[in-house]
Ligand binder design. Structure first.
Ligand code: HEM
Length: 337
């Protein structure tokens, strides 16, 4: 199968029956915000990309819920996304796309395709109390009950896939426990893949990025009845009062770490560099042009930062282009060449 065919297949498989083809097939519900990025004093030693060398770069970001459903269920347990576009001094842009899962579900596009096929939403059934007790006796955690109004879910298929494919177990287990944040700015977001950065002295390093919220991570109470629609208003209210900040952290890989498999974590004691601070202080009024119609792409990079050979990262470049075109969005600058 050509990369184009595989990308198209991936995007079709991700589309949900309760989605809307004018929206993104995943991360469908979201809100954008604007602000700026300021690099730390040591950032340029590690990466010569424009936004790590200038005092300040303007940014637009999009926060999102991971689900492809067109209805808003902020309070449901779900992965969240943070896509950041840095506006560079020469008028070009670069993107860094991240999510709340630190590791992905599969090491290859083909593995992810199988996962996505199996995890297509199916009627969701809870467990009886007896089934939960029987499971606990075998050290199996009980399944959560469906949320009010939840009829279909990817959970059963994802768990079945993880039972058969060890590589998916970490991602599926983390996704199952992820919960809902009190605010989009009270989550940590991971860019997941390995990128190659070049420092001022020419040294190349294999690195993974993540955003750490300066206010800290804070989830809602999982036992409370979930509220459907609060995250976008919370962000507008918050930023009208005060800015929100994230630190951009960069983990440096070492020999033996897996650079091309985003389903595998690196050891937790890898060196971490604080690369800069993201400050968000406004929500654009036009949430159609400045959010819904925007297209981010993990391949939109700039000198000083390059893609690793991770095959999932490579196929995402095509998949996001296909998706942007199918939903009639403004093409990413990457697609314009
Ligand atoms: C083969 C693997 C993957 C495929 C096929 C895939 C596919 C997609 C597609 C089709 C979209 C919608 C793009 C658009 O219409 O603009 C999307 C959005 C998104 N994906 Fe992925 N994805 C993959 C892996 C990942 C990974 C590893 C991450 C985490 C870093 C991620 C995070 C996101 C986020 C945050 C968005 C929303 C971006 C926005 O706000 O515009 N995805 N993905």
């Amino acid at each position: 199968m050509s990369d184009q065919d595989l990308a198209e297949k991936l995007v079709s498989v991700l589309q949900r029956p309760d989605g809307n083809t004018n929206l993104r097939p995943v991360h469908s519900i979201g809100i954008s915000a604007t602000g700026f990025f300021e690099p730390s004093l040591i950032a340029r030693n590690f990466c010569t990309a424009d936004h790590f060398c200038n005092d300040r770069s303007d940014v637009i970001v999009r926060f999102s819920n991971g689900s492809g459903a067109a209805s808003v269920h902020d309070g449901w347990s779900d992965v969240r996304g943070l896509a950041v576009r840095f506006h560079l001094s020469d008028g070009t842009d670069t993107d860094l796309i991240a999510m709340t899962l630190p590791e992905f579900f599969a090491p290859t596009p083909e593995g992810f395709l199988e996962f996505a096929e199996m995890a297509a939403p199916k009627p969701y059934h809870g467990q009886t109390p007896w089934q939960k007790i029987a499971g606990l006796l075998q050290l199996i955690l009980p399944k959560r009950d469906p949320y009010p109004g939840e009829t279909i879910s990817p959970d059963d298929g994802a768990i079945e896939f993880a039972d058969q494919n060890a590589f998916a177990q970490l991602g599926v287990m983390q996704a199952a426990q992820i919960g809902a944040p009190v605010s989009y700015v009270r989550e940590a977001y991971h860019a997941v893949h390995t990128f190659i950065v070049t420092g001022e002295d020419g040294t190349k390093r294999w690195v993974r990025f993540y955003w750490q919220p300066i206010a800290g991570v804070l989830k809602t109470n999982p036992a409370a009845t979930p509220v459907d629609d609060y995250l976008r208003q919370e962000l507008k209210d918050r930023l009208a009062d005060e800015p929100a900040r994230f630190s951009l952290m960069m983990m440096i890989g070492e020999v033996g770490d897996d650079f091309n498999d985003s389903a595998r974590p690196w050891p937790p004691h890898r060196k971490r560099i604080m690369m800069g601070t993201l400050t968000l202080n406004a929500v654009p009024k036009d949430q159609v042009a400045q959010c819904e119609k925007l297209s981010f792409n993990p391949g939109l990079l700039t000198d000083g930062i390059a893609l690793s050979d991770d095959p999932v990262l490579q196929i995402r470049i095509k998949a996001y282009e296909v998706s942007s075109e199918w939903r009639g969005a403004t093409p990413c600058p990457f697609s314009k060449g």
